[in-house]
Design a binder for this molecule. Structure first.
Ligand SMILES: O=C1O[C@H](COP(=O)(O)O)[C@@H](O)[C@H](O)[C@H]1O
Length: 251
């Protein structure tokens, strides 16, 4: 793999605002060139801050929200109205405030949803949805932009180091149990599904993320450090702040 392109921002706020501006421009370009666009959303501090910044930006009017497909990279498997839900946080930060087409917003199921308290059934259902949306070209759509946060131990989506999810090579979506970070039960895209994206944008802020980023650049494997396996087909972009970049010697 060629290494990620790394863009360092002064603070977490600057990073979120800059990533929001980048996303607007990217969506406008994609919609102009091929009519619609697809984005995979992430939970986490910077991922939600990006959506809040986008909501505040007058430039949001440049996006045709009705021609956008939205997916999630992972979800906390809790009731639909739980404040921990990545979906709920994304709706409150942005989606409730822009005219998205509800039929093109594709959340993962909640623990009180259509599949009951069965994360395997929820994961299988999301995998089927992705296959339908792939339009006969494989199991997963070619997402335009896939956003990821990262935990201090290098987890991305809900793929934790040395966990069963990181060994998955067949399924596009898996149920995740016994997560070291609460809540313990989740649903997540797998690394092969993430690598279907045209562009992967990793968002990381704060000194707690510095070691994992440095290790990933120094050749750590994806089993020990899942972020090392999160690459896009066309481009992998790390959008980070000064504190997260402190141990990188790329500059
Ligand atoms: O639990 C999760 O955490 C990661 C990272 O979150 P952060 O607050 O440390 O940035 C996030 O990417 C993932 O989507 C989420 O479910």
């Amino acid at each position: 793999m060629t290494g990620p392109q790394i863009l360092v921002h002064r603070t977490a706020d600057v990073l979120a605002a800059s990533a929001a501006a980048r996303l607007v421009t990217t969506l406008v370009d994609l919609q102009a060139s091929k009519g619609s666009a697809s984005v995979v959303l992430t939970g986490g501090g910077v991922g939600i801050a990006l959506l809040e910044q986008l909501c505040r930006s007058p430039a949001r009017e440049a996006v045709d929200w009705s021609r956008l497909d939205l997916y999630w990279g992972d979800e906390r498997f809790v009731p639909g109205d739980d404040a921990e839900r990545n979906e709920r946080q994304a709706r409150e930060a942005l989606l409730n405030h822009v005219p998205v087409d509800p039929a093109r917003v594709h959340p993962m199921a909640a623990s009180d949803g259509a599949f009951g308290d069965d994360p395997d059934a929820a994961a299988d259902a999301y995998a089927r949805l992705l296959t339908e949306h792939a339009g006969g070209r494989g199991d997963v759509p070619a997402f335009d932009v896939l956003l990821l946060g990262m935990g201090p131990e290098g987890h991305i989506a809900s793929i934790f180091p040395e966990s069963p999810a990181v060994y998955e090579t067949e399924a596009s979506v898996v149920a995740v149990r016994n997560c070291p970070k609460p809540p313990p039960t989740r649903v997540s895209l797998t690394l092969p599904a993430i690598r279907h994206a045209s562009e992967v944008w990793l968002l990381a802020a704060g000194e707690g993320k510095a070691d994992a980023l440095a290790l990933a650049l120094s050749g750590a494997g994806e089993i020990q450090l899942p972020v090392a396996g999160a690459t896009g087909r066309g481009r992998t972009l790390w959008l980070v702040d000064d504190a997260a970049a402190a141990k990188l010697d790329h500059r």
